[in-house]
Design a protein around this ligand. Sequence first.
Ligand code: PGA
Length: 254
Amino acid sequence: MKHVIANWKMHLTIRESLALGRAVMLAGKGKSVFPNVVLCPSFPALADVHKLISKSRVRLGAQDVFWQDTGAFTGEVSPRQLKDAGCTHVIIGHSERRSILGVTDEMVNKKLLSALGAGLIPIVCVGESKSDRAAGKAKAVVERQINAALQTVKLKPRDLILFAYEPVWAIGTGVAATPADAVDMHAHIRVVAASLLNGSKAKQLALLYGGSVDEKNAYAFLREGEVDGVLVGGASVKWRSFEGILKAVMEVTE
Ligand code: PGA
């Protein structure tokens, strides 16, 4: 089953989150095949969206997490609190948090370890900048990020990690990578991650593409065997676009 992660970023109020969540649930109603859809609202909307979707197949994710479970960490939200709010997934190391909020590779590792420890499914974002790609360093940069993220990570048999390959130059720009670029990088990520996670099964890793995915290009990514799903930002808060992406994933799955 392919994954479709809706990263609503800081776009919606609670009421708007509920309206969009309702539309997604309706789209899945009565469908025999439906992808693993994970809605990632802002923190204030998590509990309400959870109430809305709790009896459906749609899942809930947060957009970030801290690495301690409780304590004096003003402004942070712990894995335990995310579980309590109904989350199954959490996005870690999104490029906006890396570049604007100073999240480092080392912090991504701590967040990943604590998310796994709490039984959350981490969605770890990696990706090179435009200048990295121009300098021919795209694979080396992504490899460094994965290496750092997976330090001392040991998967238990039921754990799952999703990696989202999100080239920074493709996020929110309307210029997506090509499916061929995504496939090429995914193959690289699979090799690097598998060697660091030795002993874990291939099916414990899923690789998503993110960066200007919309209703027009989603099918081309999703039909690739190397692409286990998509992480959608801007197009996930526009219902018509997101509906088109859900249609594309169902076409591929049927
Ligand atoms: P975008 O964002 O789809 O708007 O490019 C993707 C993301 O930031 O996760």
